[in-house]
Unconditional design. Sequence first.
Length: 163
Amino acid sequence: MDVLKAIHTRREITSFKDKPVPNDLLEGILEAGYLAPTGNNLPSRELILVTNKQKLETLEKTTPYMEWLKEASAAIVITGRPDVSKYWIQDGSISSSFMWLRATELEVGVGFGAVYNFEDAEESAKREDWVRNSLNIPNDRRILAILGIGFPENKPEAKELSF
């Protein structure tokens, strides 16, 4: 699959089949995230793979908008290191995009759950603390987002260009 086709066919998936994603596919998705560029080439983002069903059900409660996460086969928690780079948000966001495109190429679905909230520090702290405590993430990491990973229950239509 070429990149433009992946961009056209990429859709957010919030309903997953009850079928595990094989480890080699998960590793390929993570690899794409780690190969993504970073500001000043600094390793400011870290990715945490979660495959334990109980942990997925716990992470689903991070916000009221991630109920679909309990259906996912896995999750990738995207964390950032502000102490390493001031571009940690951008670095994690780019990493997220690269993983999403690789997953699309592998015919694996992705749902996006925002954790970090730029406009509401109190809400962001609540969400981040929930994830941090659920996974024992060190305090020097910020939690940007959670990607739910799984085989799509339904395949939405590709997007049409509209410009």
